[in-house]
Design a binder for this molecule. Structure first.
Ligand code: PSZ
Length: 505
């Protein structure tokens, strides 16, 4: 059956189900916030995982062999039947049904085959967006400003009113870096145009047109794999090896003790140490003629191991940025879009003022970045490429935003996050010596094992029971559920987690 037929079939079912739903609304009432959460489960979502073969199974292995004849496919874990994946469940080509707490590296917002997204694909007025991909910055569709207002601006971080779309996360970070440099140089020139020498030297990768400037990032950070973004990435050698990278300042990210509330003093000292290092590096790089134009940081270092820091640290970074008149950029590619229990994770920090730049991608479906007005380039074609994003993705985001708002999914993430965090803490109390450092912000949760080998074993054991989670850093597993994740899914996870940890004792 073609996927279009599938969409049609799904729509018919969806209409029937909507009637059923109106009669018998399945909802989760939230208790811990005033807002009422009303998660509508995706139709056809399985009731439980079902594992029929080892994963990868025989069909996955066959397909892998085929793909390997075309490209390196070492990263492939299993092949997926996306037509048969629904809500929080992913189904592989061997009919294994997994509860998905990893969601395509944290990038599925409202579950697989959500009816609202299927319906959006079918609306005649949307078809043009899917079929005719425009060069957005030069020939935008007639409803582009309206679309941006209805989607990205509706959920903009407080105090941020401008947005630039892009394709993937790395591409968003990369262009945000350019925005930092553009703002810095424009300010230095004080409104004067670039010199003739700058215009000719830049074509030869030479100063003064290509100035010796830098952006400060953190050990353990992940900001993407394109060359500019990679200069800010420091999580694993495999990402970095063999690629030339500029000598830019890389500060220590706080290595805190968990639970954060039990180690307040110790953690404060560690954050002070890192803030002092940031200050020192900015001064040192200015002295050596490579001034820092901005600080780039993740609200939680995700790929690098789910390393948390507190509001104190992020407020301190903002103070340092202000003292030095440089930009502060939050990379919310992984932490944004409600998962933290607020729409943007940096909203947890009570910053004195909005950040200068906030990059996003993954669950937002489109990449891009919000910026404060002084980071708007003064000329066209400076932050630019052919596609500059994709209206089709923003059309889907429009539905995602509606679902988030109508079902109150930000509150759902706050509630479920508290539940997941408590469950992980309970697991660590029950299995001391096996797991430790349970931590989380909303549903962005993780827990550590004693070493990589045990972590990897646990991950595979969970998968064998039909639970798909991710790894990060050296010893952590991370949970990145959808925004329509519910208590019953968390309970399923904890049942399996308990049984895996019991087998490790
Ligand atoms: O191995 C990889 O390439 C991975 S594993 C997790 C990611 C990438 N995350 C992507 C990511 C991110 O988490 C943050 C904070 N910033 C930028 C990126 C890059 O996004 P993409 O992958 O869309 O280029």
């Amino acid at each position: 059956m073609s996927s279009l037929q599938n969409v049609g079939r799904s729509l018919a079912r969806c209409a029937a189900q909507n009637v059923a739903r109106r009669r018998n609304i399945q909802s989760v009432r939230c208790q811990s916030t005033a807002a009422s959460v009303n998660v509508q489960p995706v139709e056809d979502e399985p009731a439980a995982p079902m594992v029929k073969t080892p994963i990868p199974g025989p069909r996955s292995k066959e397909l892998l062999k085929d793909l390997e004849s075309i490209q390196n496919s070492e990263a492939v874990q299993f092949f997926v039947d996306y037509d048969r994946s629904h809500g929080n469940y992913i189904t592989d080509v061997d009919d294994n049904v997994l509860l998905d707490l990893y969601t395509q590296i944290a990038s599925i917002p409202i579950g697989y085959n959500h009816p609202n997204l299927l319906a959006a694909m079918q609306k005649p007025e949307n078809l043009g967006h899917f079929i005719n991909r425009p060069a957005l910055a030069v020939f935008p569709p007639k409803d582009w400003a309206e679309k941006l207002r209805n989607t990205l601006l509706t959920v903009a971080p407080p105090g941020m009113a401008e947005v630039q779309t892009m394709a993937c996360g790395a591409c968003s970070v990369e262009h945000a870096q350019k925005a930092l440099f553009i703002e810095y140089k424009a300010r230095q020139r004080g409104g004067a145009p670039p010199t003739e020498e700058e215009l000719t030297s830049c074509l030869m990768n030479q100063a003064p047109g290509n100035p010796d400037l830098s952006i400060l990032s953190f050990k353990g950070a992940f900001h993407g794999r394109t060359m500019g973004a990679l200069a800010l990435t420091h999580s694993k050698a495999i990402h970095k090896l063999d690629f030339p990278a500029p000598d830019w300042p890389t500060a220590s990210f706080p290595q805190l003790r968990y639970p954060l509330e039990d180690f307040v003093q110790e953690n404060r000292a560690e954050e002070d140490r890192c803030l002092a290092e940031v200050r020192d590096l900015i001064e040192k790089y200015q002295k050596k003629g490579r001034s820092v134009v901005g600080i780039c940081v993740e609200p939680i270092q995700c790929e690098g191991g789910d390393n948390h820091a507190t509001a104190y640290f992020f407020q301190g970074l903002q103070d340092i940025a202000r003292e030095n008149t440089i930009g502060l950029m939050f990379d919310e590619v992984q932490t944004g879009c409600a998962a933290s229990g607020k729409f943007w994770a940096h909203e947890h920090w009570n910053l004195r003022e909005p950040p200068d730049i906030v990059s996003f991608a993954k669950k937002m479906l489109t990449g891009g970045f919000y910026y404060r007005q002084n980071y708007r380039p003064q000329q066209g074609f400076r932050i630019f490429n052919t596609w500059v994003g994709d209206p089709a993705k923003v059309t889907l985001l429009e539905e995602v935003v509606k679902v988030i708002q109508s079902q109150n999914l930000v509150a759902n993430m706050a509630n479920l996050g508290a539940y997941l965090q408590q469950g992980l803490k309970d697991a660590q109390t029950k299995f001391p010596g096996v797991v430790k450092n349970a931590r989380g912000l909303g549903t962005l949760c993780s827990i550590d094992f004693n070493n990589s080998a045990t972590r990897d074993k646990a991950l595979l054991a969970l998968r064998g029971k039909g639970i798909h989670v991710g790894s990060c850093g050296d010893v952590s597993i991370r949970l990145r559920p959808t925004l329509i994740f519910q208590k019953k899914h968390a309970d399923l996870f904890f049942d399996c987690f308990d049984s895996v940890l019991s087998s490790f004792k």
